[in-house]
Structure formats: C-alpha cells, structure tokens
Design a protein around this ligand. Sequence first.
Ligand SMILES: Nc1ncnc2c1ncn2[C@@H]1O[C@H](COP(=O)(O)OP(=O)(O)OP(=O)(O)O)[C@@H](O)[C@H]1O
Ligand SMILES: [Mg+2]
Length: 271
Amino acid sequence: MEATPLLEIKDVSISFGQLPAVKNISLNLYKGNTLGLVGESGSGKSATSLALLRLLPPSAQITGSITFAGQNLLSLSEEEMRRHRGRDLSMIFQEPLTALNPVLSIGEQIAEALRAHNPAIDRKSLKEKVLSSLRQVALPDPERRIHDYPHQFSGGQRQRILIAMAIINQPRLLIADEPTTALDVTVQAQILRLLKDLQAQHDLSMLFISHDLAVVSQIADHVAVMQHGEIVEQGPAETVFLHPSHPYTRKLLASAPTMTTDRSRPLAEIP
Ligand SMILES: Nc1ncnc2c1ncn2[C@@H]1O[C@H](COP(=O)(O)OP(=O)(O)OP(=O)(O)O)[C@@H](O)[C@H]1O
Ligand SMILES: [Mg+2]
C-alpha cells in the first residue's frame, strides 16, 4: 500500500474574479521528496504555492482541498494557519532583496523568524541558533556578519540568508518559488547543491517551483508540468525529462539552453 502523502492537493481551482488562474489540479508530495512544479510565466505556479500558505489576496477564490499532515489547510482559521506558517510550512521567495527587510540586520531578521514561534527563547540560545542556521547554509564568517544589513551581501549570500531563515524552525515542508532565478548560473548551481544537501540532512520535503525544466530536473524526484493553470503532465523526474509525453513539456525542454545550444537562433516559441 502506498504511504499517505505529506501534502495532498486535490481538485484545486483558483480564480481572481472572473479569471481562472489554476484549474482543477491534483498533486501529491511524499515525505522527504522534492516535487518540481514547472511551467511558463503566468501558468499558475505562484498562485498554487501562495494558496498552500493561504497568502492569496482576498479577491482570490479557491475550491478543492489542500491536506497537509492530515489537516485541510483551506478550512483552518487564520490563527491556526499562522501557527503553521514559517514553522511547519516555510517558503523561500524568488527575489532575496525584496524578501528581506533593508533596515534590520540579518541576525535580527533570522532571530525574529525563530522568536515568532518560540516567544520564550532566551537570548543566548537565540543567538546560538541563528549562528548555527547561518553555518548550515555556509555563509562565511557568521559571527561578524550577523550585524550586517541585506545590501551588504551578494545575491547568492542573500539567498543563503533567506534559506537559513526558512529552515530555522525545522519545517516539514519547504516551498521554494524560483529560488535561483535571480542568480547567475554558477551561484544558481551552488544554491541548488545547498538545498539538496539540506534536504538530505533534514529529510525535508520540498515543493520546488521554476520555469526552467533543466533546473527542476536537477533537484526534483517528481515533476509536474503546468500550462495555463492545468497540470498537463506529471511523473518521476527522469521519465518527464527523458521521455516527455506532452507536446508542451517537449517545448519546455527544447527551449532550455544547453551546452550545445546554438545561441544565434531564437528560443523555441511556447504558445
Ligand atoms: N493577485 C492577483 N490578482 C489577479 N490576478 C492574479 C494575481 N496573482 C496572479 N494572478 C494571475 O494568475 C495567473 C497565474 O499567475 P502566477 O503568479 O501563479 O503565475 P506563475 O506561474 O507563478 O508565473 P511566473 O513564472 O511569472 O512567476 C496569471 O494569469 C496572473 O495574472
Ligand atoms: Mg511565479
């Protein structure tokens, strides 16, 4: 018998007013696995991830069910949801600079993420935990750098800081929405490696979102391809990557640059 998924998205539809953004999607994520959600801009990836955290604007209508560890997140009160957010369910956003507060040192911000769910924690353990989270994400010289502000770090370092903040409460599910898109290719590879290592160490379950199927295939066990709000294909990463069955997946693959891409030719069009 198959194990119960940690996260079960069932028949979920999301619309903004008259505009449908996500149409009746179903996805399962098992403990310790990474589910890659891939699709072009506007296909509904972020709407799906924001629905999980119940962070969609009030104008959005959601139907269906999102069951996390046996609870339907869509029927929880705001108060109950707040207890999950940033603790069991944590998120890394695309743009590290806008996700960090520019007027607070990074040490204060990570400490705040921890304190939000552990109000009684003493100063000494707070500092130890903040430093330990920064060591885990391999930020150089954390003792000195906790006093620095976001603008004093590189893009890759800022992403490491956000990852430290996202894992400090030992989440069961980490949602990473385009975590490497704003980074150059070398730094992108380092951040992917870091996420993979953290995942293995903590047996983390991860929803990894990207428009780039090549990136997703490096980290995901299971891949779901989204187009115009629908899941058009899903399966084990190798199968989707090596034997794509849907024409849209083939187009996504063809439009991903590789070492042998002829850069003088335009990328394949995606309708
Ligand atoms: N707050 C909102 N109000 C109205 N429409 C929205 C809102 N957020 C998203 N949409 C619409 O929902 C659809 C899906 O958007 P979504 O942000 O989920 O796309 P995405 O797949 O994450 O794209 P990208 O790769 O560009 O981040 C789009 O048509 C978008 O215009
Ligand atoms: Mg998005």
